[in-house]
Design a protein around this ligand. Sequence first.
Ligand code: CTP
Ligand code: MG
Length: 246
Amino acid sequence: MGKLSSLIRAAAGKKRFNSAIILAAGSGKRFSDDTAKQFVEVAGESVLVRSAKAFENSELISEIIVVTRQADVEGCRNILKENGITKTTRVVAGGDTRQKSAKNGFDAVNPACEFVAIHDAARCLVTPEMIEAAMESAYVHGACACATKATDTIKKTDGANSITETVNRDNAWLVQTPQIFMADMYRAAAYMGEKDNVEATDDCALCERLGFKVKLVDVGKTNMKITYPEDIIIAEAILKYREGNK
Ligand code: CTP
Ligand code: MG
């Protein structure tokens, strides 16, 4: 084994302080006009609590920061406590975009944070194994996001919905969360994104634009996001499928 690879292995085996930021400050417009999807139940447990439990149950996560709407901060603190989430260190208010919510969460992490895992609460079927697969890769490469390879053919279009390009499916992925970064990398990316007025839909994009390489790990399709009401049915079916395959 070369010297460099043994150094990387030693670093990968070290106990680190890692923070999870769970984003739950959206208004879930596509889900409903009046129900916040983060508090809707999937098989008897809320979307937010399901997400939080996955991070609670991963030994690679040291603390959990939850970002909610201002009006939900106090209620969320209670919900997390009542559901046995012990790693919550802060519940903070989000902003009017996902990116601002992520920044607010990042501003609240413990200064000891080495790697930060940013997760959409709405992706409530995430498992400790998925988190750990991305974390192990981030330890080696600096940044890694959960994703799955595209199974449909992906097209790019012009403004009038006419196809302009077929994306090579071998290289086409659908990116999910958690997205995990070395804290210093994400600090630079979030700061530069804000300074340059960039509106990114995920955190990888903030790092990519600075030239940082971000790896993807294929965790499959079951790490789905609750976006529309029918997604609750799909999520419950996936949970049943997982139960049956234990
Ligand atoms: N989110 C957030 N702050 C925002 C917007 C979104 O914390 N200002 C969170 C959501 O709560 C969600 C995640 O980011 O867990 C992914 O966003 P999305 O699925 O788009 O949720 P919403 O923005 O709530 O839904 P919609 O876009 O349908 O309104
Ligand atoms: Mg949204």
